[in-house]
Every structure is written in C-alpha cells, then in structure tokens.
Design a protein around this ligand. Structure first.
Ligand code: KIV
Ligand code: ZN
Length: 504
C-alpha cells in the first residue's frame, strides 16, 4: 500500500514570526480554519511562552480546530513545556513540540552546553513533556550541521524518552538534496529504535533548496514534512508546502507516497494568507503565482489547445483555480450568486450570505461584470477585514496638478459619533490620511508602505490597497477594496488604524 506522508504546517509559528508577517488572533484563527479545510495533518499554532498573544492564539485555535493535530512549540525547558501544555488544554489532538540544538556551533556559543549535557537535557525534557501528553515531537535544531554520530545518539535518546516524532531541521538552509537523502538514510539505518517514531524534516530556503531537500528526505523515507504556505518564514523562508504537496501528487510514481491534503484548497489558502500579511505572490511563483498556469507563447498555446498535457503537468483545477472565470452581473440572482460561491468553495450561513450578496449588488452598480476574482476578493476582504472602532462615513477630495490637495473625511466611531475633519496634503491620499490622523485617537504611528493593485482587468476593476503602518515596534497591515482607488486607500488606512486600536 502507498504510504501517506504527514504534512505539518508551521505558517502560524515559523511563518508568522518573520518580519512583516505578523497576524492578530482573529486572523490566525481564520488561517487555522482554512488549514483545517486544506486537511494538513498537524498545524503548529505558535510558541506559547513567547508572548501572552501567542499563548492566547494557540488556545483559540485549539478551540476552533477539531480535525487536525495542534502543536505548540517549546524550548527544552520546563517552563516552556508547561506553557505549551497549558496552551493546548482545549485541543482535541494536542502535540508538544520541543527543541534543542545539536550542532557544535549552537551547543558551544548559543547553549553553552557540552554534547553530554545536550543528551541529558533531551532525555529529561522529552520525558517531562511525556508526563503531560502522549504526542511529543523532538527537534534537533541545526541537525544538518551536527555530527552525524552525535545526531543519531540524540535521536535515539529522544525516542527512548518518549518522542513520537523526531524532526531533523535544516535550520539555516545549508544542506543539499543529496546530503539530506543520505542523512535520513543514515538515521534510518543506524538508530536502533527509529521505527518507533515518525521521521520529520523542516527545511529553510536560504539557498533556494528547501522544497528539493524536503522531497529528497521523503524519497529516503521521511514520514513527515514541515513547511509553510507560500514558503513564508525566517529569512528566505521555509519549504513551501503547496510545492511539496503538488510535487508528491504530480510525481506519485516517483515518490511512491501520498499526502492527505485537499489540494483544491491550496489556491484559496495561499490567497488568504497573502491577503492577511498584505502581500501578493510573485507572478511566476510555482503553484500559486498568477502565471503558474498561463501559457503565453504561441507554440505553447497551440500545444495546450491540441492536448493539455503537452505543457501542463497538473491542472489549475487541482489546486482550486477556476479556469471558467464565469461572469455575474446585476441581473444575477441570489441563487446564481450562492452557486458561484459554492463552486469557489465557500458556503455561508444565510445571514452571512446576505451580507456578501449586498456587497455583490453594490459592486454590480459600479462594475458591469463581476468575475470569480472579484468574488474571491470580496470574500477574503470580509474575512480579514472585520471592522473596528472607526468606519468611513464619507469623504470628499479636491486636487489638481496646479494646487495643493485637500480632503474632508468623516468617520463614525463605535459609539456612533460622527467626526469630520479637513486637511491638506501632498496629493489626495496624503490629504485624506492627514484628515484621518486628526480624527483618530491614536498617535505616534507612521505609514511605512503603501501599495495598490487591480483585481482582474479593465478600467472598472476593483483596486486593492495594502498599507503597512508602524506603531511602536510593530507593523500593522491594513487593506481596502473598492472600485474607487481613493476609497480603497482610505479604507486600508482606517483598517490599519483599527488594528492598532485593537491592541491598544
Ligand atoms: O528551523 C528550526 O530549526 C526550527 C525548529 C524550532 C524546529 O524552526
Ligand atoms: Zn524553522
């Protein structure tokens, strides 16, 4: 029988801890629910001891997700393991994931521990975690730069102490596919109790080989792969899970394994996460980039028209991309709208559906045709943009190339007070943002970045604005969506300010 490789997603931990990728608790829960629909086997919800916010989000995710193992990260320290365990109290299937470095450079300079001390700590902390839970993962941090014989002893010790998964991370993205294959092979043939645990790999992408290294490990017999959606993560990121999964899927005969992932949820998951962190996929990114399934050259187009498999090794439908970009318009009824959303993978309760239908109808007044791209944009915008203290009431801009811009903005707060201000600026957006700054009860924030892109084609396309607003040492991402780019600019900034207000 073909074996199933487990997929361990760490978007919410390793992905989220990288600069510019932070998410609030609501956003993390939204991502976690989508990862559950994607059917990953394990999701690492956070690093419990890192902050109260991390702890809380692991707790909330544990309550919201029931069909997936939830992992909580801990250094090999009692206080970390206590926090990890406490954060998982509501999880249906909890896992403590504890780690300790095993490479000479980490042991000497970071841990200041001898190899014997590392072995002792491994045994003691895995056993400590095991008193709490049966499902324990142990990671030998910087495994690929560790001495093989020592690594084998650590792995054996961890399994003897009760680890059910042993993870071999390429923490600094240093190894190569051939080396990774040899290392997993070596461990499988050397560690006497290796059959008692899953062998996992966790590769970083510093040399652009994270996916290749993960797949080489699978070929050598690894039974779990860790990574993130869109390859987010520290420095150059982690192995992109969508690539690992589609490689295993497309090259089944070669790898002779499968995954339990529902691949048709890949595109949606990728998009949701990009939306939350305020980024978009590079055009040519494998699997999820806009051009991943586009055929531009005449020769390729001709080939694909004659026989798809000439240039297509997997179908766009297999990752959840709809090719029949069906169009709705103002005469489309609620049923057609609901059916289209179902086709795109979204089913909502009546009340929520009505909200989306109203938004769709408003869009129809401004746009002749509404495509799947527009619908996906509306839904993901509503999922990540849940309102807040301030709502835009109205705005009025005056600008031209021979005079300074000015803008009147009126915002309603959560106590229904409407406040109006006017401000000048270096262009209409600057003027609008100055007016907003006069109204809101936040100060010391700074707009760090502003970007805009169109959803779909045409002059009436929706404009999606993403802003990054710095407040203290944190960066808050705001998003806005409208056919009027000034309106999307205001909505994005207000969304950023609302997120600042949420954390105080
Ligand atoms: O990269 C790494 O080594 C890690 C461990 C904590 C698994 O993220
Ligand atoms: Zn990592």
């Amino acid at each position: 029988m073909v074996k199933q490789v487990k997929i361990f997603d760490t978007t919410l931990r390793d992905g989220e801890q990288s600069p510019g990728c932070s998410m609030n608790i609501e956003e993390k829960v939204e991502v976690a629910k989508q990862l559950e629909r994607l059917q990953v086997d394990v999701m690492e919800a956070g690093f419990a001891i890192a902050s109260p916010g991390d702890f809380k989000s692991i707790e909330e995710i544990s309550k919201a997700v029931k069909n997936c193992t939830i992992a909580s990260l801990a250094r090999a320290l009692e206080k970390d393991i206590d926090a990890a365990y406490n954060s998982l109290k509501h999880a249906e299937s909890p896992r403590i994931h504890t780690f300790l470095a095993t490479s000479p450079v980490h042991m000497k300079y970071k841990l200041r521990m001898t190899p014997e001390e590392v072995l002792e700590r491994t045994a003691a902390m895995v056993a400590y975690a095991k008193k709490y839970l049966s499902n324990i993962e142990f990671s030998a941090e910087d495994a690929t730069r560790s001495e093989r014989e020592f690594l084998a002893r650590v792995v054996e010790t961890a399994i003897n102490a009760g680890a059910t998964v042993v993870n071999i991370p390429d923490t600094v993205g240093y190894t190569t596919p051939q080396e990774m294959y040899d290392l997993i092979n070596y461990l499988r043939n050397t560690v006497p109790n290796i059959d008692k645990a899953d062998i996992s790999v966790h590769c970083h992408d510093d040399l652009g080989m994270a996916v290749a290294n993960s797949l080489a490990a699978v070929k050598a017999g690894a039974t779990q792969v860790e990574g993130t959606i869109n390859g987010l993560g520290e420095r150059a990121g982690n192995a992109a899970l969508e690539e690992v999964v589609m490689a295993i899927n497309t090259r089944k005969e070669f790898y002779n394994v499968t995954t339990g992932v529902e691949t048709t949820e890949i595109y949606k998951t990728s998009r949701l996460i990009y939306n939350i962190i305020g980024a978009t996929a590079p055009m040519n990114k494998a699997i999820v980039g806009a051009n991943a399934f586009a055929h531009e050259s005449g020769i390729h187009q001709h080939g694909v028209l004659a026989e798809k498999t000439t240039y297509e090794i997997m179908t766009p439908e297999s990752v959840g991309l709809k090719t029949n970009n069906m169009v709705l318009g103002k005469h489309s009824g609620r049923h057609a709208f609901e059916d289209r959303l179902k086709d795109l993978g979204y089913e909502f309760e009546r009340e929520e559906l009505n909200k989306y239908f109203e938004r769709f109808k408003k869009l129809c007044d401004k746009k002749k045709t509404v495509t799947d791209h527009d619908l996906l944009a509306i839904v993901t915008d509503s999922l990540v943009n849940k309102g807040g203290v301030y709502v835009l009431e109205r705005f009025e801009v005056n600008s031209g190339n021979k005079k300074s811009a000015s803008c009147i903005v009126a915002l309603k707060d959560d106590e229904d007070n409407v406040v109006e201000e006017v401000a000048m600026g270096d262009g209409p957006i600057d003027a609008a943002y100055n007016a907003i700054d006069k109204i809101v009860k936040v100060s010391g924030h700074k707009l760090e970045n502003y970007s805009i892109h169109s959803v779909g084609d045409g002059r009436d396309a929706l404009g999606e604005v993403v802003v990054r607003v710095k407040y203290g040492d944190k960066v808050f991402v705001g998003r806005g969506l409208s056919t009027d780019i000034l309106e999307s600019s205001l909505l994005a900034y207000i969304n950023g300010i609302n997120k600042i207000m949420e954390v105080g």
